[in-house]
Design a protein around this ligand. Structure first.
Ligand code: BG6
Length: 471
């Protein structure tokens, strides 16, 4: 099968600020929710204080990006580096740091693909307002977004507003929800989610006004749920799982209102968020130009009869994440046709083809993949190299699925896997690595932070050079 990609295909690789930068309090940066949460685990694993130390190595790292042949680099700005307390004084040193990074990328022929907010709300906003629960946070985000568009808008044309709102909202730690009463926690969650939708729309509108040729969109945690059997109830359960986890979120971005089933859920739980006059207008003008997909795995579900469904107050938690059947529609099932990575994410390139086709058919805007990859504990071999053929295989399979989706008619702008270099994983520190570039450190031993090109780096370099022809 020939897999040549279009000439202008945006080959890239991704990261996020708190997972890569380090320099967590340098030059005036404020603490973020992501810092705060990572510090809670500092006794057992790496935290965001140094991470991959991109803050001090960015020139060397961008040189490696150039050598790799990257056309785009997807990374996030740290809100707390730019406005340390979230809504107060702008920190010039933070602004300058990102100017330096962006300039360096452009000088090396790499387009910056910038996310405004990747799990790292300034912690001061939690202290002042309980974060997204309060509408002040929407105002703070709109202002932050405008500062960024005005500063960087003549250099950065591609923007992502919020990374994985649809996943983040279900992880209490990321939202800083500490409410023990489950109904109250659900109510807070619904309000926070709504406020992020408003913030998303306001930022999108501002981007279109400030950057005439700017393109902006959401980055969604994307997956599809297979029914365990062909029983109509299982099919319904699988559909509703996707609807309640992802589709409602995209519908809100594109159509400016909650779909009926979601409104019904909010009403039945008595957790409809406070909506003000004029909000409808705001939401209507926030239409994205494209959708970015972060894709790692698929799910499988069976129907949960109403009398077995979890009543409010008995939601199941998996780690820090509210479990899959949170909304009472389905039961999480194992898909015996798929194998999983050692961290439990099943590997499913066909699922990616399905998701790409589904989203394109529903929203008719260009798509791009801004995360996809394999997290494993890579090792440096005796020859000093990292032989990660498993990662090469994973990415090759997913790229083939992308190519098939493009042949199906999907407009896919690019592919930017997770991650450019090893970085702080959300729950497994530096034990779980995703990068094309190895960072020589362990969780509790900083070593020399040397960068080592993995086998996958050389393979991906060839993929980019040949536009995917030899996959
Ligand atoms: C995505 C996030 O959901 O998954 C990234 O946007 C994250 O920030 C990635 O690192 C992989 O997850 P983890 O838990 O392995 O780091």
């Amino acid at each position: 099968m020939k897999t040549k990609f279009p000439e202008n295909f945006l080959w890239g690789a991704s990261s996020s600020a708190f997972q890569i930068e380090g320099g967590w309090d340098e030059d005036g940066k404020g603490m973020s929710v992501a810092d705060y949460n990572s510090f809670k685990r500092s006794d057992k694993q790496a935290d965001s204080k140094v991470a991959s130390d991109f803050y001090h190595h960015y020139k060397e790292d961008i040189a490696l990006m150039k050598e790799l042949g990257m056309k785009i680099y997807r990374f996030s700005l740290s809100w707390a580096r730019i406005i340390p307390d979230g809504d107060g004084k702008v920190n010039q040193a933070g602004i300058d740091f990102y100017h330096n990074v962006i300039d360096c990328l452009l000088e090396n022929g790499i387009q910056p693909f910038v996310t405004l907010y990747h799990f790292d709300l300034p912690y001061a906003l939690v202290e002042k307002y309980n974060g997204w629960e309060n509408r002040e946070c929407v105002n703070a985000f709109e202002r932050y977004a405008k500062v960024c568009f005005k500063e960087y808008g003549d250099k950065v044309k591609y923007w992502q507003v919020i990374n994985e709102q649809n996943l983040m909202i279900r992880v209490d730690e990321r939202m800083n929800i500490n409410e023990p009463d489950p109904w109250k926690a659900d109510k807070i969650r619904a309000q926070m989610d709504y406020h992020m939708f408003l913030a998303h729309a306001l930022a999108t509108k501002a981007c279109h006004e400030i950057i005439k040729d700017g393109k902006i969109g959401p980055a969604v945690s994307s997956t599809c749920t297979y029914p365990l059997t062909n029983k109509p109830e299982d099919v319904w359960a699988a559909k509703m799982n996707d609807a309640m986890k992802t589709v409602y979120c995209l519908d809100m971005h594109f159509y400016g209102k909650y779909p009926g089933y979601y409104m019904r859920y909010l009403k039945e739980r008595d957790i409809v968020p406070v909506m003000l006059d004029g909000d409808e207008e705001i939401l209507k003008y926030g239409k994205p130009d494209y959708i970015a997909l972060n894709y790692y795995r698929t799910l499988c579900a069976s129907y949960l009869p109403a009398d077995e469904a979890h009543p409010i107050g008995s939601r199941v938690f998996r780690g820090n994440e509210v479990d899959f059947d949170q909304y009472g529609y389905c039961r999480d099932e194992k898909n015996e046709h798929l194998t999983a990575s050692e961290y439990g994410a099943n590997i499913d390139p066909m699922g990616l083809r399905i998701v790409l086709n589904d989203y394109y058919a529903r929203y008719h805007v260009p798509l791009i993949i801004t995360e996809n990859g394999l997290g494993t504990p890579d090792v440096v071999s005796e020859d000093g190299k990292v032989h990660d053929d498993y990662r090469i295989d994973y990415i090759a399979q997913h790229l083939k699925a992308c190519h098939l989706a493009m042949e199906d008619g999907v407009e896919l702008m690019g592919y930017s896997p997770w991650s450019f270099m090893d970085l702080l994983s959300s729950h497994q520190g530096f034990r779980k690595r995703y990068g094309f570039v190895y960072v020589n450190r362990e969780d509790m031993d900083m070593k020399d932070l040397k960068r080592i090109k993995k086998d996958s780096y050389y393979w991906y370099q060839d993929v980019i050079k040949t536009n995917g022809e030899n996959i």
